[in-house]
Design a protein around this ligand. Structure first.
Ligand SMILES: Nc1ncnc2c1ncn2[C@@H]1O[C@H](COP(=O)(O)OP(=O)(O)OP(=O)(O)O)[C@@H](O)[C@H]1O
Length: 270
C-alpha cells in the first residue's frame, strides 16, 4: 500500500495484480455519500446496460457490510473454486455478468459487519487477486458507502479508470460530489458521471414529471467539479419490484434509458 504523504496524490497501488488469466480493460468504482441511495441498484443497472451492448461485464461487490448485488440478480449459493485454487465468479442468468460478493463466499456474510478496516481491505484485495475473472471489458466495483478511509483504501488498491457518484435528492449532493471529486483527484482518476437516483416520479396517466423532493442544483455541482455526465433516474416501481424479486436483468427501457448518456460515456473509454 502506498503511503499518503500530506497532499501528495495517492494514485493506484500497482503492486496489486489480478490473478493469472484475468484481464480487465476498464475498472470503474461506483460510490455514494451514504447507504441506501441506490448505489448497488445503479451499479447493477450499468452492468446490465453494458452487457446489453455486448460487453463482457463483471461486478466486484466491495460493499462487504451491505452486500446486495447477489440479491438484485437473484444469485444464491457459494462460489466454486477452480483447479488453480481461485474463486470462480457466479454468472447472472440472463447476461452472464460475473459477480463476486462476500454474500457468495461466506455462509454468514453478516459477520463482515464486525470486521475492522484492514480485514475489509484484505477481503476486497482477495476479490481482485484470488478470483478467476477471465477477460472483462468492464469491471464495476460497488464501493462501501461514504467517502472515508475504507472506500479510499479500496479505491487506492485498484487500477481505476474513474468513479461514478450516486446521490439521492435528499442527499447533500454538492458535498458528496465535492468529497468524491477530491477522493478521485487524490487517486488521479476522473469522476466519470453523477447519477441522481430517485430524482423524480412520472405520473402513470399523463407522463408529467414531479420532483417531489424539490429541484436541486445538481448540474451546478457537476459543473463546479468538472463531472462529465450528469443523469437523473426516476423512482420506478417496476425497478423496486424487480430488485425485490432478484430480477433486475428484466428491467425495461423506461428507467435504464435514463442511464444512456452515462453508458455512452463509459463506452468512450474503449
Ligand atoms: N430508482 C429507484 N426506484 C425505485 N426503487 C429504487 C430505486 N433505486 C433504488 N431503489 C430501491 O432502494 C433500495 C436501496 O437500494 P440499494 O440497495 O441499491 O442502495 P445502496 O445505496 O446500495 O444501499 P447500501 O449502500 O446500504 O447497500 C432497494 O430496495 C432498491 O430496490
Amino acid at each position: 500500500m502506498s503511503e499518503n504523504k500530506g497532499n501528495m496524490p495517492l494514485g493506484a497501488d500497482n503492486s496489486l495484480t489480478p490473478s493469472e488469466d484475468s484481464e480487465m480493460s476498464h475498472v470503474i468504482a461506483v460510490v455514494s455519500g451514504k447507504g441506501g441511495v441506490g448505489k448497488s441498484t445503479v451499479t447493477a443497472l450499468l452492468a446490465v446496460e453494458l452487457a446489453k451492448r455486448g460487453y463482457k461485464v463483471g461486478i466486484l461487490d466491495a460493499d462487504l457490510t451491505g452486500a446486495s448485488i447477489p440479491y438484485l440478480f437473484g444469485l444464491q449459493g457459494l462460489l466454486k473454486v477452480t483447479e488453480k485454487g481461485l474463486l470462480e465468479p457466479m454468472k447472472t442468468a440472463q447476461f452472464g455478468i460475473k459477480v463476486v460478493s462476500i454474500a457468495l463466499v461466506m455462509e454468514n456474510p453478516e459477520m463482515a459487519v464486525i470486521w475492522r478496516g484492514p480485514l475489509l481491505s484484505k477481503a476486497i484485495q482477495q476479490f481482485w487477486t484470488d478470483v478467476d475473472w477471465g477477460e472483462l471489458d468492464y469491471l464495476l466495483v460497488d464501493m462501501p458507502p461514504g467517502t472515508s478511509d475504507v472506500p479510499l483504501t479500496v479505491m487506492q488498491m485498484l487500477p481505476l479508470d474513474g468513479v461514478v457518484v450516486v446521490t439521492s435528492p435528499q442527499d447533500m449532493a454538492r458535498s458528496v460530489v465535492k468529497k468524491a471529486y477530491h477522493m478521485a483527484n487524490q487517486l488521479q482518476v476522473p469522476v466519470l458521471g453523477l447519477v441522481e437516483n430517485m430524482s423524480y416520479v412520472t405520473c402513470p396517466h399523463c407522463g408529467e414529471r414531479f420532483s417531489i423532493f424539490g429541484q436541486k442544483p445538481l448540474t451546478e455541482a457537476a459543473q463546479e467539479f468538472n463531472v462529465q455526465v450528469c443523469v437523473e433516474l426516476p423512482v420506478d416501481p417496476q425497478l423496486a419490484e424487480l430488485t425485490d424479486q432478484g430480477n433486475i436483468e428484466q428491467i425495461t427501457v423506461a428507467t435504464s434509458s435514463s442511464l444512456k448518456e452515462l453508458v455512452d460515456a463509459l463506452e468512450t473509454l474503449n
